[in-house]
Design a protein around this ligand. Structure first.
Ligand SMILES: [Zn+2]
Ligand SMILES: [Zn+2]
Length: 121
């Protein structure tokens, strides 16, 4: 599978039992829907393991507007995160998965982490 943004090679990375595809070139992450849900529910240190890309590269990739699902080649739809609207990510209209630029997953995870921390006190 090639990266939908930069056509770099995707490698599999693992967090617990979950496999995620990460671009070896721009550091973007491709999640299948169930993977993203599982990771958001179980995020302890996930960002340090998975989202190791360079944030400035991620910012550049985030500015790209035209790219296609690596599975079915449909144009991806841009969505903003419900809780953190400054984070935008791209999803396949046919439900194959979601693409996060380098650094975006860390952002999503931190918010969730601090929410949990606050609730625990
Ligand atoms: Zn890439
Ligand atoms: Zn697709």
């Amino acid at each position: 599978m090639d990266c939908p943004k930069c056509s770099g090679e995707m490698e599999l990375v693992y967090y617990n039992q979950i496999e995620v595809d990460r671009c070896t070139s721009c550091g973007g992450l491709w999640f299948q829907p169930e993977e993203l849900r599982a990771l958001r529910d179980d995020i302890w240190m996930a960002d340090y393991i998975i989202d190791s890309g360079d944030k400035s590269v991620g910012k550049k990739a985030n500015a790209m507007k035209e790219y296609h699902c690596p599975m079915c080649d449909a144009p991806m739809l841009q969505e903003a995160d419900e809780e953190q609207p400054h984070i935008t990510y791209e999803s396949c209209p046919n439900g194959h998965g979601t693409y996060l630029d380098s650094g975006e997953f860390t952002d999503l995870v931190r918010k969730t982490f601090w929410d949990k921390f606050k609730r625990a006190r």
